[in-house]
Design a protein around this ligand. Structure first.
Ligand code: PLP
Length: 480
């Protein structure tokens, strides 16, 4: 493909994408395929000779679209939203066109400097204290990670490193293995699976602590666990609190957990992957009460801030706690220019060396939406989740699992887990709407997350109608 062919086919591609999004309602949200279906449709080997754009384009509907789960459909209520918007797509397109890597100032000066500014813009938008912002000569700052899971892993590995250094300084005879064997991390039973995965990669013990009836990990529970472990000769070193849990959007109280972590010199990381975006609205900033006690904080603009995957914003009050633990600097990567000007080297914040120019799409989104429009969109989604909650409360066959706080409603049919498992299976087999279940303690329930950018009240009432209709076939079992 040469430049003129690219110009022509790229214009067609813009039409394909725009038509897709404009007409997405007409597609069944979940594809009618079974595992392994694609093997029958594709040749076993790559072509020896290149094919034309037309040949590839003609296969898009048959091969690709037939297997897409349409996350941008107004009938999609599963997981959490995955950000999408025209401004973000424009930014991504330019990122791919430039194809630069942004691991140091030298590797792409604007990549580093725009990221620094976007991290400050985002920090300001959600009301993070000044200590987390980049300032010349200051300690705080942040980076755009690929995902919340990576942010948690990096936080845990950095906390592990800090603890190793501290303990070895006190007792140089201790080996790394002896220390790691004694390290303990904590999260709650509502914490995301990626938190437990971070502990697996970090080779440390992780305690999964019980939550209260609102889904929050409480201070006394954490403190008792820490004291018990210290009493057993172990070393508590890391807590991952959750703001906006995946199951029910429950949040831990940072003003309760923070002072305990500070008292025991424990790294407190906050996973606000979904809910963090809501903090651009002042009325939701109460979720961050106590944030001044926190070591590191993360949320995903790629979930609820209209930025396309991948884009996860992570801040730390002292950036050296992260970057010092990941320093391996061969001559070809040493970046004297950046260092001299107090500019971060983002390669020290992550596992890979290469980094996408992620801040570009953030810049497009923040400039072209503006904060007020983004606030409106968050408020719209919260109102839709509350509308769904009202519907649930009016039907006596159903119950809410928790009150709606943001854009997620967690609900269930009254009765045992079995009827709820049957309901979710029916809904997803029916394919008019799509959602996923969850389980807390032994209670199985359904999650209804407002995901589509332009979801409307009529979409929510339509979805509720589908759920009621499918429940009709099950409710006699409940009533009986
Ligand atoms: N943390 C929470 C609370 C989540 O809900 C999710 C995903 O839904 C994650 C972390 C993982 O996010 P990511 O895909 O950015 O790793």
């Amino acid at each position: 493909m040469d430049a003129s062919e690219f110009r022509a086919s790229a214009r067609e591609m813009i039409d394909i994408v725009t038509d897709y999004l404009e007409n997405i309602r007409e597609r069944p949200v979940f594809p009618d395929v079974t595992p392994g279906y694609l093997r029958q449709m594709l040749p076993p080997r790559a072509p020896d000779e290149g094919e034309t754009w037309d040949e590839v384009k003609n296969d898009l509907e048959r091969v690709i679209m037939s297997g897409v789960n349409h996350w941008q459909s107004p009938n999609f209520y599963a997981y959490f939203p995955t950000g999408n918007s025209y401004p973000s797509m424009l930014g991504s397109m330019l990122t791919d066109g430039i194809s630069t890597l942004c691991f140091s100032w030298n590797s792409c000066p604007v990549g580093t400097e725009l990221e620094v500014t976007m991290m400050n813009w985002l920090a300001d938008m959600i009301g993070l204290p000044d200590a987390f912002h980049f300032h010349p000569g200051g300690k705080g700052g942040g980076a755009l990670q690929g995902s919340a899971s990576e942010a948690t892993l990096i936080a845990l590995l950095s906390a592990r490193n800090v603890t190793l250094l501290n303990l070895k300084e006190k007792d140089p005879a201790l080996t790394t293995g002896q220390i790691i064997d004694r390290l303990v991390a904590y999260t709650s039973e509502e914490g995301h699976s990626s938190v437990q995965r971070a502990a697996l990669y970090g080779l440390v013990e992780m305690r999964i602590l019980p939550v209260d009836d609102k889904g929050a990990l409480r201070g006394p529970v954490l403190k008792a666990a820490i004291e018990k472990d210290i009493g057993a000769g172990l070393v508590p070193f890391f807590v991952c609190a959750t703001i906006g849990s995946t199951g029910t959007c429950a949040s831990d109280d940072l003003s309760e957990l923070g002072p305990i972590c500070n008292q025991f010199d424990i790294w407190l990381h906050v996973d606000a992957a979904y809910a963090g975006s809501a903090c651009i609205c002042p009325e939701f900033r109460y979720l961050l009460n106590g944030i001044q006690h926190v070591t590191s904080f993360n949320f995903d603009p790629h979930k609820w801030l209209r930025v396309n995957f991948e884009c996860s914003a992570m801040w730390v009050k002292d950036t050296s706690l992260i970057s010092d633990g990941h320093q391996v600097s061969p001559v070809y990567l040493k970046d004297k220019k950046g260092n001299n000007n107090n500019i971060p080297e983002f390669r020290h914040w992550q596992v890979p060396l290469g980094r996408r120019f992620r801040s570009l799409k953030v810049w497009f989104v923040l400039r072209m939406f503006g904060v007020k429009k983004l606030q409106d969109l968050i408020r719209k989604d919260v109102a839709l989740a509350k509308l769904f909650e009202e519907c649930v409360k009016k039907d006596e066959r159903f119950e809410m699992v928790r009150e709606v706080t943001l854009g997620l409603a967690s609900f269930r049919l009254k009765g045992d887990n079995d009827v709820n498992e049957r309901l979710v299976a029916k809904i997803n087999l029916d394919r008019r709407i799509h959602l996923v279940p969850s389980k807390i303690k032994e209670t199985f329930f359904l999650r209804f997350a407002i995901c589509a950018v332009d979801a409307q009240a009529s979409d929510v009432t339509y979805a509720w109608g589908v759920i009621q209709e499918l429940a009709d076939a099950i409710t006699p079992v409940v009533k009986g």
